[in-house]
Design a binder for this molecule. Sequence first.
Ligand code: G3H
Ligand code: 13P
Ligand code: NA
Ligand code: ZN
Length: 328
Amino acid sequence: ARITLRQLLDDAAEHGYGVPAFNINNMEQLLAIMAAAGAVDAPVIVQASRGARSYAGDTMLARMVDAAEAMYPAIPICLHQDHGNDETTCFSAIQMGFTSVMMDGSLEADAKTPASYAYNVAVTERVTTLAHKVGVSVEGELGVLGSLETGKGEAEDGHGTDQTLSHDQLLTDPEQAVAFVAATGVDALAIAMGTSHGAYKFSRKPDGEILAMHVVKAIHEKMPGLHLVMHGSSSVPEELQERFNRYGGAMPTTFGVPIEEIQRGIRYGVRKINIDTDCRLAMAAEMRRVATENPAEFDPRKFLKPAMDALVGLCRDRFEAFGAAGNA
Ligand code: G3H
Ligand code: 13P
Ligand code: NA
Ligand code: ZN
């Protein structure tokens, strides 16, 4: 059954769990996420970026999710627009049957420059007013994702800006968060605490200097009822890096967000945890393995089936680690 983000996260808050939000672009990713959710009885958030919508096409994406719903009638599914950059993107997602949209007003609509607070409030409030009229949820974002190690801020979807930002911009201000939520009426708030998109988040296992979980705690203390969202929350496990590299991959050693930090976040009100990179890496490592072990292979299914199986395993692990398993 289709469910809004608000309905889903209210249940997560009531029962103290977090829900991984996995990005989808194709059938294989969606089938794997659903198989994992079905196996552990977890609710699903699948999210499509603007890039996903142009890759698969809106009609294909929407109908795939209809099919997933028909295949798994007992699993609640939220279809969410990831990083909507303007009202047009959010409104067209709503027309396509998305039950939740992210209006990411932390950057200007061109997604290259950090936005003013006034712009962010105004655009997010307009989207929320329309979305709520038609029963759709809204995630806003306050603060710009980026590395506290390098000061490099991010453009929307991680497709980088080279701007160097101050810690003021890279960490959400708790006081401002209270004002933002009151002014916009968002159902969930993405906050900046040192994570960034993609594989290269940290040059070492993160501590409180570079992954500011105290900011999450401070915001939660001010607004205990607010659903928080962590972007850039792939863990980039060492085993996956090794597997990818064993079969000819070239990924320099890197560190993601440790699962135990996400679990700490869940205790501080984090209810939606965005994961794309880990899913990509799990699938890509298996496709590399097949290509390496069997260079004569050319049936795409022989690459994609092991890739799907690896993704099922990864999604199950996250559903279990975040406490979503058993809560469908
Ligand atoms: O926010 C970033 C997600 O990983 C989506 O990435 O824009 O390449 O689809 P994408
Ligand atoms: P990762 O790149 O860490 O998987 O983050 C994904 C994300 O935040 C999508 O919005
Ligand atoms: Na999102
Ligand atoms: Zn994100």
